[in-house]
Structures are given as structure tokens and as C-alpha cells.
Write a protein that binds this ligand. Structure first.
Ligand SMILES: NC(=O)C1=CN([C@@H]2O[C@H](COP(=O)(O)OP(=O)(O)OC[C@H]3O[C@@H](n4cnc5c(N)ncnc54)[C@H](O)[C@@H]3O)[C@@H](O)[C@H]2O)[C@@H](O)CC1
Ligand SMILES: [K+]
Length: 487
């Protein structure tokens, strides 16, 4: 499990650790780690040209001490002092080692962004903002110290301009904002430097599953398994107009290992499901009731269902059962108009994108997009459900638990129908007995991985993602041996 922390959590842990160590030890550890990452990026340190962007706080101190070390190894290191003051000991050490203070960005090979770290708040002020815009435009490797300046370390918010880092060298432990978009998109490769913080860290703010974690959580059939024990899933999706959603959701469920899929819908989607998935047991509905469908261990409702009275009654019927329910797409529109439907004893996992979440909690979509973490958490608390917020970084939020961040995935997944596949994958895992929190996290992980496998750098269709889910599950073993990978 990869874990991440807010700025306040990191600061508290640092204070506790610092109390046990001679002054300055942590910053030297940070600078040593930063130097070694810069050195390996440069290849040859001697004669290389490095520019430090130095802010007024300790983030600038880290940069100056790393600059000192690089200068001692023969690099030509220059620094722009952008703050109203500068870390005095760091600057003295830097100058002593031959570093130079300059006013212009020039033509460096590598830029070290030491403007602000976990002490920042709000959009970058001047002169930092202009300096960052200028430095981003230079053809050089950009190494961010602790956090790319302009990214809020606790939330991932980017309120104005931010450093576009190739590598972010973060101190002690990962920060939440480095895993959550839009901030995560600025991070580049993430290097975590061990400065001894481990024993002082609290429960994490957010966590990301690794392949090994998913491998451990996924049910595997044993000698005693039969289709009922592996999990029977009911799917109420698709409509006369949207037949494909039914096919894709059923496909996701079957490919994710459901013991049996019971599909319920009107004649047109039933025909399509029958033709594509003879494995599914279908019930053709002539009125909006699931009474004749048979026993299932979890339901998926919503993809392509429509939002009229028929769909409303069907969703209400699904929510009146006593099994876990995954709600997606049109079912989310229905419950946003009738939130009372969510009051039930058995768990609910909802899988909205930002627009759907905005309707559910009455917050404009652009605000949800800018503060995904905050709004996923808020929706989970307000609605009393588990929330899987889809997007460039998918988040899984449940009240009182660290938000799970999904690190697999591919931009090619942003195409019609992939959400329908995800609903089937999540539903199959719910039916197999995973909690909504684990089912949502594992479904997002597998769906993202399947997307990468299906795409391999080129466009994909949603059906390809469903078909690639078994390969994703197969690849978990190899991935977990190699420690997983980042998007
Ligand atoms: N505390 C420690 O023991 C350690 C801290 N380390 C470094 O210290 C950093 C934190 O240092 P600080 O607490 O001094 O804070 P920062 O260096 O992040 O900077 C805070 C300063 O930036 C200014 N500022 C805040 N928001 C701004 C904005 N939007 N635009 C422009 N200026 C802004 C404020 O005036 C404040 O003085 C970490 O990120 C890390 O790089 C590391 O050396 C590891 C050890
Ligand atoms: K920084």
C-alpha cells in the first residue's frame, strides 16, 4: 500500500522526529537525497549547469544545500533568490561551495524548484508565479523539491500556475496532493526520500493499492467453489435506446470473475445481451420489477437505464433488496432527485464522474473537479455511501477511512462505455463478498490496468477493456513482484 499524508500530518511527524536529532539533521538528509536524484539525472555532475529557484522557507533551504553538494562535485550551480528573505545557513554554505546568485533563468540543464513546499498556501504569488512560468518554458529537466510549487500538498489543488516537474523528490513520505489530480499531473516521477519519519507518521490521509494488495484482496476460486459461492450478480442496465450499456456491464462482470450474471431488462437489450453473452441468465421485463429475477448477492443498476418512471421504479426495487448495490450513471440521476432511496441497511457503492457527483451533492461541477478529494469525502459523509469518483485519478471515499487513490489507468479510457464496464467489474467483486471500499478500489485498479493493456498506447473501445480484465488479473502476480507501477 502506498500511503500519503497532509502537510499538517507531515509537519507534526517532522517536529517529533526533529526533537530527537541534532538541529539541521533532517534538512541534510533531505539535501543528500535530493542531490543524489539530481546527480543521477545529470549523469555527469562535473561541468553541468544547474539552476536553483529558491523561496524564502525551508523548501529553499533544501535546494540550497543540494546546490552546495552539487557545486562541490564540480557543477556550475546558480540560484535565483525569489523570496523576501533566504535560508541564511543554506545560502552561506551554497556560496562557500562556489555557487552564484543570479537574476536570470539562463540555459540550465537542470532546474531545482525550491520555491515553496508544504508551507505554501493558495495560488503562487509574485514573483514566484512569473518565475515558474518562465522556468517551465526552459528546455531543462525540472526537479521539484518536496512538492511542485503551485500544487497544494494536502489536496492536489492547483489554483494558478504550477511547476511542471519531470521528477518530484519528496521528503519523508508522500503528500496527498502528489497523488490526486490536478496536482498529481504536475509531479512526473515521484521519488520519496527516507529521512526517518516512518515511526512518527499517523494513519494516512490517503492510500493507494498496489498490485500486491489487489492480488491479496481478489477472491480466487478454490476446490469448493461453485457459481453461487463465487457470487451471483444482478444487473439492471440498458434500455430500448441504450442497449450497449447492458452488454458492456454484463461483459465487465463476467470478465471480472462473477460466478453467474443475472441480467434484467427490456426486449431490445435482452436480445443484445443474449447474443453477446450466452453465459448470462436473462429475464425480459415487461414491467419495472426485479421480483422474478432470482436471488443475487449484489446488484448493479443504472448504465443506460434512462431516467423516466420505469427506470425510477426499477432502481427503487433494486435498492429495496437486502444486498449490496452499485449505482452508476442514470441511477445516480434518479437518486439525486430522490435521495431517500439511499436510506437502506445494506451498503451502496456509487460510481459517479464529477458531473454526476455535482448533482448528487448540489455543488457546481467545476468546483468538484478542482477539489475532487474534498467532494468525494463530503459525498460519502453526506450520503452515507461509498463513493468511487471517476476521473483522471479515481478516488474511493468512505466515511472515516483514508481515501483510496487509484494509480493505474490511462487517458485512453476516457471514451464512451468504459464506465459501464467498470460497473460490471465492481458489481462482480461486491457479489463475491468484497466490501464496497475494497470492491471499488480493486475494480478501479483492474479497470485501469485493463485499459492500459487494451490500449497499449493507442485508442481502445470499451469492449476491449472488458476483454482485457482477465489479462489484468493475470498480470497482478508479475506486477506485485515488481512492486506495482505508477500511471
Ligand atoms: N521541517 C523540516 O524538518 C523539514 C522541512 N523540509 C523542507 O521544508 C519545507 C517546508 O518549509 P517551510 O515550512 O519553511 O515552508 P515552505 O518552504 O514551503 O515556504 C513557506 C513560505 O512560503 C511563503 N508562501 C506561502 N504560500 C505562498 C504562495 N502561495 N506564494 C508565494 N509564497 C508563499 C510563506 O511566506 C512562507 O514563509 C518542506 O516542504 C521541505 O522542503 C525538509 O528539509 C525536511 C525537513
Ligand atoms: K517546491
Amino acid at each position: 500500500m502506498r500511503t500519503a499524508y497532509t502537510a499538517d500530518q507531515i509537519r507534526a511527524a517532522e517536529l517529533a522526529l526533529m526533537a530527537t536529532l541534532p538541529e539541521g539533521t533532517l534538512m541534510q538528509r533531505a539535501a543528500a537525497g535530493l542531490t543524489s536524484v539530481c546527480a543521477s539525472l545529470l549523469g555527469r555532475v562535473y561541468g553541468s549547469r544547474v539552476l536553483l529557484l529558491v523561496g524564502r522557507g525551508d523548501n529553499g533551504g533544501d535546494a540550497l544545500y543540494a546546490g552546495e553538494r552539487l557545486a562541490r562535485r564540480g557543477a556550475r550551480v546558480e540560484a535565483i533568490l525569489a523570496g523576501s528573505k533566504t535560508h541564511a545557513e543554506g545560502l552561506a554554505a551554497f556560496l562557500e561551495a562556489g555557487g552564484r546568485v543570479v537574476e536570470e533563468v539562463g540555459a540550465p540543464e537542470l532546474v531545482v524548484d525550491g520555491l515553496v513546499g508544504i508551507g505554501a498556501s493558495g495560488a503562487l504569488r509574485e514573483p514566484y508565479a512569473s518565475l515558474v512560468a518562465e522556468a517551465n518554458a526552459v528546455d531543462a529537466l525540472m526537479v521539484a523539491v518536496d512538492v511542485p510549487s503551485g500544487v497544494d500538498s494536502s489536496t492536489g489543488r492547483v489554483a494558478g500556475v504550477a511547476v511542471d516537474a519531470h521528477v518530484t523528490v519528496t521528503m519523508g513520505a508522500c503528500k496527498t496532493g502528489l497523488l490526486v489530480d490536478p496536482g498529481a499531473a504536475k509531479v512526473g516521477l515521484l521519488e520519496v526520500i527516507d529521512i526517518g519519519l516512518g515511526p512518527y507518521l499517523p494513519d494516512p490521509d490517503v492510500a493507494a493499492l498496489t498490485a500486491e494488495d489487489v492480488e491479496g484482496l481478489l477472491p480466487r476460486p478454490g476446490a469448493e467453489s461453485d457459481k453461487y459461492r463465487r457470487g451471483v450478480i444482478g444487473i439492471a442496465a440498458g434500455s430500448d435506446r441504450y442497449t450497449g450499456a447492458a452488454v458492456l456491464s454484463v461483459g465487465g462482470a463476467l470478465r471480472a470473475g462473477a460466478g453467474m450474471v443475472r441480467y434484467a431488462g427490456t426486449a431490445p437489450p435482452v436480445q443484445q445481451v443474449r447474443a453477446r453473452w450466452p453465459e448470462a441468465v436473462v429475464t425480459e421485463l415487461d414491467h419495472p420489477s426485479i421480483a422474478g429475477v432470482g436471488r443475487v448477492q449484489a446488484w448493479v443498476a443504472g448504465p443506460g437505464l434512462g431516467t423516466g418512471d420505469w427506470a425510477h421504479e426499477l432502481v427503487a426495487g433494486v435498492l429495496a433488496t437486502d444486498v449490496p448495490v452499485l449505482l452508476d450513471a442514470d441511477a445516480l440521476t434518479i437518486v439525486s432527485r430522490d435521495r431517500g432511496l439511499l436510506r437502506r441497511a445494506a451498503p451502496v457503492l456509487i460510481t459517479p464522474h464529477a458531473g454526476e457527483l455535482s448533482r448528487l451533492i448540489g455543488v457546481p461541477g467545476d468546483r468538484v473537479e478542482a477539489s475532487r478529494l474534498e467532494h468525494a469525502r463530503r459525498a460519502a459523509a453526506e450520503l452515507g455511501v461509498t463513493v468511487l469518483l471517476k476521473g483522471s485519478t479515481t478516488l474511493i471515499a468512505e466515511d472515516e477511512r483514508p481515501v483510496r487513490v487509484n494509480l493505474t489507468g490511462s487517458s485512453w479510457l476516457a471514451t464512451g462505455g468504459t464506465g459501464d464496464v467498470l460497473s460490471g467489474v465492481g458489481g462482480a467483486l461486491l457479489a463475491a463478498g468484497l466490501t464496497p471500499y475494497d470492491a471499488g478500489s480493486c475494480a478501479a485498479f483492474l479497470h485501469g490496468l485493463a485499459g492500459r493493456i487494451a490500449s497499449d498506447g493507442a485508442p481502445l473501445a470499451a469492449a476491449d477493456v472488458a476483454d482485457a480484465v482477465p489479462s489484468a488479473i493475470r498480470s497482478l502476480r508479475g506486477e506485485s513482484r515488481s512492486g506495482g507501477r505508477r500511471s
